[in-house]
Write a protein of this length. Structure first.
Length: 218
């Protein structure tokens, strides 16, 4: 059970300190938004390169951008541990996933709440992680969309049927109250933003979330 706090909820003026405060996390989740694919504008490659200089935490990059084929490889080249792009934005997801792996990064595909799991099944051999968005991408602090729970279970079933070792990540509205259910449905990587960064003891909260997930793991 891996906890990836989203720095979308961090203090942008003190990233080094903020990353130190989540030192027990399995990775830091970095949301890159371009104000085109989603209606928000956040971080870019320059910030990611700077973050890599001030933390030993692996960086889990989530690209919510158009034309990921153009930009995603640079994040892998910079040293990101994992690079996720959206199926809905990619023109050639197979080629892009293979490129990310060749560059030394884990390749991952994300799907929005309205995108069927069936659309990504044939791509499973090309990826290391599948991200099920449990909110509409673009903004932090949203509540989990209950209808996405069935997608988490379906995705885990498809991964098991494939016989592949693929992580199943969920992102959006993950809290103490629902992480157990998400784990019971098959998720094993959890993006938690406000659930971590609003807690004064962030490392303690990470441990609590991890323990709750482990207690309910399927």
């Amino acid at each position: 059970m891996h906890i990836h706090p989203s720095i979308l909820n961090a203090d942008y003026a003190n990233f080094a300190r903020e990353l130190d405060s989540i030192s027990t996390a399995d990775a830091a989740h970095v949301d890159v938004m371009d104000n085109h694919f989603v209606p928000n504008l956040t971080f870019g490659l320059g910030l990611v390169e700077s973050l890599l200089k001030v933390t030993e935490l692996p960086l889990d990059i989530h690209l919510m951008i158009e034309n990921p084929e153009t930009w995603a490889p640079a994040y892998a080249e910079a040293g990101a541990a994992s690079v996720t792009f959206h199926l809905e934005a990619a023109k050639d997801p197979i080629s892009l996933a293979r490129t990310l792996r060749k560059l030394g990064s884990r390749s991952a595909i994300a799907i929005k709440p309205d995108t069927p799991v069936a659309d990504v099944v044939e791509l499973l051999p090309e990826i290391d992680m599948l991200l099920i968005m449990t909110v509409e991408p673009g903004f932090g602090g949203q509540s989990l969309i209950q209808s996405t729970l069935a997608k988490v279970a379906q995705a885990r079933s498809e991964i098991r049927n494939s016989g592949l070792e693929i992580a199943l990540q969920v992102d959006g509205g993950v809290t103490e109250d629902n992480i157990g259910e998400l784990a019971s449905l098959g998720a094993n990587v959890f993006v938690a933003g406000s659930a971590v960064f609003r807690n004064p003891d962030r490392n303690g909260q990470i441990s609590k979330l991890r323990a709750l997930a482990k207690a309910h793991a399927s």
